[in-house]
Design a protein around this ligand. Structure first.
Ligand code: DI6
Ligand code: FE
Length: 404
């Protein structure tokens, strides 16, 4: 562990600073960090400092350096698996058929309710470690597989606790409105009462959540129910996110924008009017190509409109057992390019600068003065290499921000 006031000098690095969401490359670069915050970054010959006493010098040996990666949309805390459902879908059942028949999300709910905090921490911890091994230093984790007050709070506690002993920042999101639990079948509005009247207040009071999310969908919650969830989030000072327009267009993007959401996620069925609303509200579009791939969706998110309007696009794994059983942010970047036609530069911005913004975090996502100095050294020269490979890449090293 680096003492609080020590400086870190990064030298001999090809730095993709990701300033303004572009590569913003410095080919022969250096960076100075003090107490975990970047104080200077630029070409080596202009570097303002020489090594002092206890400075730590990191020599990148000419390799590529990027900001620590950010996975801004995951459902990491769950128990069990959905391999059987995967088999059923391969025999012709659709994701929605299975959900309506009480399988899908609800089968994971059953397993998650039955699991102890220790078991959940072990299973989710293994997934988190796989993410960290790929250069991820910040992860958002949603609840949503408990669906009763105590089980939801249990999952949020587990999520928060995962940061202990790991060099990663965890942000947490209450996704109580993910599905209607079996005991509220046919009484969705009463379940929303529970989410708004008890779960969100308790999560907020216990400081267990940074944000609130909802699944606004035919098989999820209606726009009217989603509004109630957002009103409760607002009342408790929590940020707002939304699973919007994934399987159908319920104008979720516009709804998220109306509430000043930090992000609207999925967006496959969002129309141009919805995109314009996102732009006006400054809401980030989070694209989740893993779910699109795994469900073999054919309706593409409106990437050209998002690009034309200038809506920042983030990319995340959506790590969850039902629609995106993947822990690989690098594979998500590749899929964003192959499936959604993002450029490798947009893909890298999607897991750094724009992902930070999708979490409402201003202190990270680019290597520039004032931002956190967590960074990754890659066995690569060009930043496009990160999105180019489908799988198998690991960083040479991850230099996290020392904890103060
Ligand atoms: N959209 C998704 O893709 C996941 N949740 C959601 O709202 C799927 C969750 C699951 O099937 O377990
Ligand atoms: Fe999701």
């Amino acid at each position: 562990m680096i003492p609080a006031m020590a400086r870190t000098l990064l030298v001999n690095a090809r730095i993709a600073t990701m300033r303004a969401g572009r590569y913003s490359m410095i080919d022969d670069g250096a960076m100075v960090a003090e107490a975990g915050v970047v104080s200077w970054v630029g070409p080596r010959e202009l570097a303002p400092t020489v090594k002092r006493g206890n400075d730590e010098v990191v020599d990148a040996k000419g390799a590529l350096v990027t900001p620590g990666l950010i996975d801004c949309h995951t459902h990491l805390v769950y128990a069990g698996n959905r391999a059987r459902e995967f088999e059923m879908r391969l025999s012709g059942a659709t994701y929605e058929d299975i959900a309506r028949a009480g399988g899908g999300i609800l089968s994971t709910v059953q397993a998650t309710r039955a699991a102890s905090e220790q078991q959940l921490a072990r299973e989710a911890g293994a997934r988190l470690d796989a993410m960290i091994a790929e250069g991820v230093t910040t992860v958002e984790i949603k609840s949503g597989y408990g669906l009763d007050v105590e089980s939801e709070l249990k999952c949020l506690r587990v999520a928060r606790g995962l940061a202990r002993g790991r060099n990663v920042t965890i942000t947490t999101t209450v996704l109580g409105a993910h599905a209607v639990p079996p005991e509220y079948k046919g009484r969705a509005d009463e379940y929303v009462d529970l989410v708004c009247g008890t779960l969100i207040p308790r999560a907020a009071e216990g400081k267990l959540a940074d944000a609130v999310d909802a699944f606004c969908e035919g098989i999820g919650f209606s726009p009217a129910q989603t509004r109630r969830v957002f009103d409760a989030a607002r009342a408790h000072g929590l940020k707002i996110k939304l699973h919007a327009d994934q399987l159908s267009n319920l104008n979720g993007a516009a709804l998220a924008a109306e509430y000043g959401a930090v992000s609207a996620d999925h967006l496959e069925h969002t129309d141009v009017a919805g995109v314009k609303r996102l732009k006006a509200a400054g809401t980030v579009a989070v694209l989740l190509p893993g779910a699109f791939y795994f469900l073999r969706e054919t309706k593409l998110p409106p990437v050209v409109a998002l690009r034309t309007e200038g809506v920042p696009m983030a990319i995340a794994t959506d790590c969850n057992p039902g629609t995106s059983p993947s822990t690989s942010i690098l594979t998500a970047m590749n899929m964003a390019c192959t499936l959604f036609r993002l450029t490798p530069e947009e893909a890298l911005a999607g897991v750094t600068t724009h992902a930070a913004r999708a979490l409402g975090l201003q202190d990270r996502g680019a290597l520039e003065p004032g931002k956190r100095a967590d960074f990754v050294i890659w066995d690569a020269t060009e930043p496009a290499e990160l999105a180019w490979t489908i799988a198998g890449r690991k960083p040479i090293s991850v230099i996290p921000t020392p904890r103060g």
